[in-house]
Ligand binder design. Sequence first.
Ligand code: SAH
Length: 659
Amino acid sequence: MTTTNNTLSSLLFQDFQSLAAIATTPAGLKKLGALCQAHPITLWVPESLAELAQAQNLDSKIYSGSLKEQVAQLWPQYQRFVFCLATGAVVRLIAPLLQHKSTDPAVVVVDEAGQFVISLCSGHQGGADRLAEAIALQLNATPVLTGAANRLQLPGIDVLGVPFGWQKGEGDWTGVSAAIARQDAVQVIQSAGTTLWQHHLPSEHSFQFYESEETATTSIQPATPKARVWISLSERQFTSESGIPEVQWHPKVLWVGIGCERGTSRQLIEGAIQQVCQAHQLAEAAIAGIATLDLKADEVGLVELCRDRQWPLRCFSAEQLKSVPVPTPSEVVAAEVGTPSVAEAAALVGARLVPALSAPDLETEQQAVSLRVTKQIIRAADQPGAVTIAIAQAEQEYTGRSGKLWLVGTGPGQLEQITPAAQTAIAQADVVIGYSLYVDLVKPLLRPGQIVEALPITQERQRAQRAIELANWGLTVAVISSGDSGIYGMAGLVLEELRAQDWDGKTPAVRVFPGITALQAAASRVGTPLMHDFCAISLSDLLTPWVMIEKRLNAAAQADFVTALYNPRSKTRTEQIAIAQQIFLQYRDPSTPVALVRSAYREDEQVTLTTLGELLEAPIDMLTTVLIGNASTRTYADWMITPRGYLGFTPDAEPNQSP
Ligand code: SAH
């Protein structure tokens, strides 16, 4: 038996740590209090509100003295702030504290009426835009985002690589952002990292894409570029010579293989990596991690270096390494540790561990794992030990992130029928995957820069596999299904597939967001047909043998369950609904009320109230849910009512033609 107790909301807001909310009035306390209770946000209130906060059972921190002093004190402690205060007041409070957009915390302002959530400061890099969107969804408010990238439906260039774990290099980020905002021609030279983002831009943009510097200089350019973005392994020093602003991102594709003598100092290892990178024009920011022999797993200098630079240290046994063909094997090394190569072999094995993504519908060329730098031996006169270094390039960048799979139910059709939690999940995910009809339905929730993969309805398994692949790589993936994802939806397919792949149950982290399922949506349009015990039966025999479906129809009919029939009839599958009717007629009166609800909560919604006897005379298709009442269900005006119980129900009224 396992019992777990997870904090529910933390998954959604965990990207937004650490967060402080500041309320200074009773109305503000009410607005932010609820938010802070549901999510990991620390609520700060002045002494004057302490009693009220306590009366409302709010877990809050109390400050005394001026708010200005308090904010100055909290400023370095939190990465994100939410104020419920006039924007002008917030501007004055934070003005003396602001330094640079790359380091300032995100600041979001909520008005007291809770109508607007303003992303005030550090919209991109600080994440205020996304935080404002998430809070707006929770409060049912309008997010106010004023960055130009939002207007153009483009991802901010300064956050472009964040989902993929890319590292930002030196450059004129403000200059390039301004050029993009003016819709000037911007040259993008991407020689490393995923090009997935390029395929999910709006159709109108002014980027010119090239795979290398050579192709960029030799091709005929549609317009003279006014800015340049490099996505590569090289560290570039920009001079004013090019005359245009330039920036650089570094996808983490390099695996540094290391061999060293026992007791080699951290400084020597770090210096050696730096020296080799410089000599080969490789950016240290493009280093994904370090690979070595398992004997070195406790090598102090190496372990400390990896910890401080946040590089994963991957260790392999001599057995794993000795079979790897390398350019510079050594018999001396083989005699000593049991493999002829440590640095080169470990670099290659480390690089191969990063799974390469399949590229459905995309014609991207993927490079195989290759050794960029062969074995180099480095010593320093003033340091003990010696280091051997080799560098391999992986096919795919290492994101360094732990993936998430959010299985989201989007309800019957209208946006407002989707729970705020599900809406937030869709808006926050890096990737949204679903059947195109449902993706269209949630379009207003999507944000620029999201990877949206709409796949045809027939490819459900592929959709599940793709979602898992992207989550395994480190992305947060929302898989959307209509209604409830766990009721004849994608959630089951994804979990089945994870199980087939020997998932450890933890990574990627899975969360299911419930949605209003068709039977609830349909019921709400006709009244209260589901008021008593009920069941759902799908008439689709695609994945279930028909004999089993018949058995259930019989059981449900006999036990007097109100019954919702999903997938009642398709173009090719027309007989099943007639058989279902016959089965129910064996146990229930032909006058039993039946509701046929087609496309509930969609523009072409159609509701028909009929009876079990006349069921087949009305149009029924794959977009219809059929609700069959129980023995006590009645219609009244346009309503279908199933009583709460069978009190007053006389056996005489019970139609019983039990065989
Ligand atoms: N996961 C979905 C069910 C998918 S099975 C859910 O929980 O609702 C598909 C079937 O659901 C359709 O054949 C139809 O019977 C029913 N259905 C889905 N959306 C519907 C809607 N908006 N109105 C009526 N029936 C619907």
